[in-house]
Design a protein. Sequence first.
Length: 404
Amino acid sequence: MRKNRFIIIFATIICLMLAAEGCDGRTRNNTPDATPVCTIGTETGALQDTPVETPTPAEPATDTPGPTPDPTETPVPTPTPLPVVTPVVSEEGGPDTVPPLFLHAKSKIQVEKGGNLDLREYFSVIDDNDRAPKLYVDGEYDFSKEGEYKLRCAAEDSSGNRSSWGFTMTVVGGEVTPSPVPEEEQEPTPFPYDDFVAKYGGEGRVCGIDLSAWKGGSVDFEKLRDAGVEFVMIRMAYYNGKFGFDMYFDRNFKAAREAGLKTGVYFYTQDCDETLLREHVKAILEKLDGAPLELPIAYDFESWREFHKFNMNIRDINRLFDVFCEEVEKAGYTGMLYGSREPLEEVWTNYNKKPVWLANYVGKTLYGNDYCMWQVSSAGKVDGIDENTDFDVLYTDHFEGLFN
């Protein structure tokens, strides 16, 4: 009996040990191909190791390269557009709130001791309404005492709008020494035509020249054509108090046409009267007598340093350009405005969006408004003209179908 009891106790201990070892929540099967879990709920309530299907592992990576992707173009950055600058003009009929604009100003002036100062000799201004803004000096000075005086030239219109320009006046005891020639007025370095074409030619652009009687009467237009010149703007007439035709216009115009160059003309003028301007344009049109022009007739006003002589304001001078265009368009031609960057930005309103011929002697212009031609240099050297001449770039998208 005691022996049977011992056997029963021993069997019970063995069962308890086996049960404790089989339900610890961890795998007992170390086979790497299965992931057993501890589950509950069999018919007998026993603990079983139930295998779970293992996912097929991914193929190992190899060093075999895949197909080379198609190359992509390096993106070209979009250039920042240049600012569009237009003249500031008071609303017509409204209050005048715009001060006079300095067209020309000196920063250093010498005056002989005991002399005087004529501001109009050193400063030129224009106003949107007033035709004769007043100029006066702000600051203290004494013509009887030698020395430097820091002053300002003030310009004031009839509405009381005022602007000023700082300058240094030196009163000298002896003779006034000439001012050094400004850098922009010094003789420029010659610019060969081949270099000009290489730098400024290309798709959408053609290269040409403009000329007047100042280049002499021996221009060889066939040599110009053979050198690659594709167009020419020829001075036809001028008005500087007296109207006249360029002394070499007839010859130059005929020779340029015969050489096959695309041709336009320009009128250099100081006109300040609408009636007189109409007479001058009439004379120009009569001389052309319907001759074909591939390029426009340009209006060229450049007398900004002496603008006070013309008794005009900004509205007046813009009205004259409009009259010029009206007259040439009646005859079937196109009017064009010639000007340097500053007047184009500050004086010429060009409300009717006429073609613009920009004069700006820089490597890359900062003029942001629209223009169809650009006078790049006055120091051009090209076979067919002995003297320096003006080089111009024409943008063909403004002359559709003309240069194919």
